[in-house]
Design a protein around this ligand. Sequence first.
Ligand SMILES: [Zn+2]
Length: 340
Amino acid sequence: MVALLTRGREKSNRQAVMTAIFLLLKRSKATVAAPLQRSALMLLATLSAAGVCYAPRDAAAVERNCGPDALGVSRIIEIDRAKGTAVGLQSYPRTLDLRDHEVVLTFDDGPASPTPQVLDALAKECARVTFFLIGRNAESLPALVKRAAADGHTIAHHSYSHPDKTLRLMSEDAAKADIDKGIAAVNKALGATAAPFFRFPGFADTPALVADLTARGYTIFGSDLWASDWSHMTPKAELDLVLSRLEKNRKGIVLFHDSQGITAQMLPEFLRELKKRGYSLVHMVPGDAPTPIVAAGSDWTSTTEPIIAKTLGPKTRQAPQAHEHEHEHGAPEAPKSGEP
Ligand SMILES: [Zn+2]
């Protein structure tokens, strides 16, 4: 039954993407310059081939609206939807293979009341990001889920209930049920299949849950740096903090929360600062190409495990993961304080 539903949904989504391509071609003849038309078509073709189940807003129209001073998106990277992995140096000994001064922006815990302000700020800069949604919130605010997708953002998963005790301290069956209920709730709100991307609430994964999700084609996202926007501080303090961490890392997957008002308030200035300081924005979409990853250096240690152990108790600590040595890559400096 589930397989049948999934197949039906994929078919209707492919049709939606093909319709979007057709409409774009039709409109492009009269109004869109050839290079922009080509890049828009390439994007749509990539998304179509990848089976991405939402039709992003016409990329050329977005570029026309934003102009050359906007941050925009410098490139799109595909995350292999057939072969899951776990990335983000704060939790895993590997991350996305980003170039110097490239950032991927991710937002957790929405949709929530500050989300429209976040979406406005991103739209103004033609920025595209990934939202890791709480299923329960998606049920309550489905219009915001649809708007985020229509704005071209990637929609991903962050459990149904974001349990305080974390998925790690639940029974495996209960944790899997919460994850799957969240996936179903987000897909229902979206009216399509969201990206097979998952972030564990509080980064509190377990080897069994990671193995189960990656075997199903889900890529698990940690982060390379975060804004500590769960802490009490002013928007300016958050801006200074995340920029200082970024200047040290020089690139990476950045974690924010669109549920946090301070993040919504600081975001316009953060995006302008990215542009001013020469950073470029990379957008992640599900695809068929191998996920570009780079392994951490031999001195890698988890940033999140000591925090989880402190928060939930020492018994929750996971065994160290097997190390990979394909490439050398410096681990980021651990944040001084705070919990995800
Ligand atoms: Zn969260």
